[in-house]
Design a protein around this ligand. Structure first.
Ligand code: FMN
Length: 215
């Protein structure tokens, strides 16, 4: 059975990123996949310490991160999966810090440094990157966030296997905007939105999950 693992880089367990990843999981399940959801905020782990053990010739550490913390069993489970979906909120124009720390560890162990065909990547995974942000599509492009995410998804394609990028802009931040200091122009629309996440966006995430398994 094809296994899809979804990794979330938002602490908000009812947040936009979590909900989108669960839609992906539902889509994948409906296509017959085995699935797993992991929230990085449930794990204790370090950043990459650039020890380069994963690049040492003729060593068991080649192609594997040698740090011994909560990411070790997760990285092992990822290696046994076929499809990897990463989800992150946009924080200051980039992935969340937790997601960056995680992807440094996940991606770098498989980086081939030009050794085409002899790199440490165990297989060609199918992958996807989902990002959610408060700003609108215009901000996504104008602030260079789209370029940053396209670059990152290309690195995922190179290091893990073909990556599809799915971006959700214009997310709702709060259940009740009246409790918070927020005076952005979109407050009226967002505070009165009945469906916090538009159904068409949920469907896009569901369809992605289905597609990743079926195609
Ligand atoms: C520290 C921090 C930085 C943020 N930076 C941005 C940003 O640069 N651009 C943006 O549009 N939204 C930004 N946001 C808003 C989140 O990206 C947005 O609310 C996202 O959908 C939250 O996802 P979640 O509900 O899964 O936590 C930021 C939020 C936080 C807490």
């Amino acid at each position: 059975m094809i296994k899809l693992i979804a990794v979330c880089g938002s602490a908000r367990k009812q947040g936009n990123t979590t909900k989108m990843l669960h839609q992906v999981i539902e889509g994948a399940k409906s296509a017959g996949a085995e699935t797993e959801f992991v929230n990085l905020f449930d794990l204790n782990y370090k950043d990459c310490i650039s020890c380069y053990a994963c690049k040492l010739k003729n060593r068991a550490s080649f192609g594997h991160c040698m740090l011994n913390d909560d990411l070790k069993p997760l990285l092992q489970r990822i290696e046994q999966s076929d499809v990897i979906v990463l989800g992150s909120p946009i924080y200051y124009g980039n992935l969340s810090g937790h997601m960056r720390s995680f992807t440094d560890r996940l991606l770098f162990q498989y980086l081939d440094y030009g050794a085409k065909g002899r790199g440490p990547k165990p297989k060609n995974f199918k992958t996807a990157l989902i990002v959610t942000m408060n700003g609108n599509n215009e901000t996504y492009v104008k602030r260079g966030i789209r370029d940053t995410m396209v670059n990152f998804s290309e690195m995922m394609s190179h290091t893990l296997g073909s990556c599809e990028l799915l971006t959700f802009t214009n997310t709702v931040l709060f259940d009740d905007y009246s409790k918070y200091v927020y005076q952005m122009p979109d407050i009226k629309e967002k505070s009165s939105r009945v469906e916090k996440i538009p159904p068409e966006d949920l469907k896009k995430a569901f369809d992605l999950g289905f597609r990743l398994i079926k195609s």
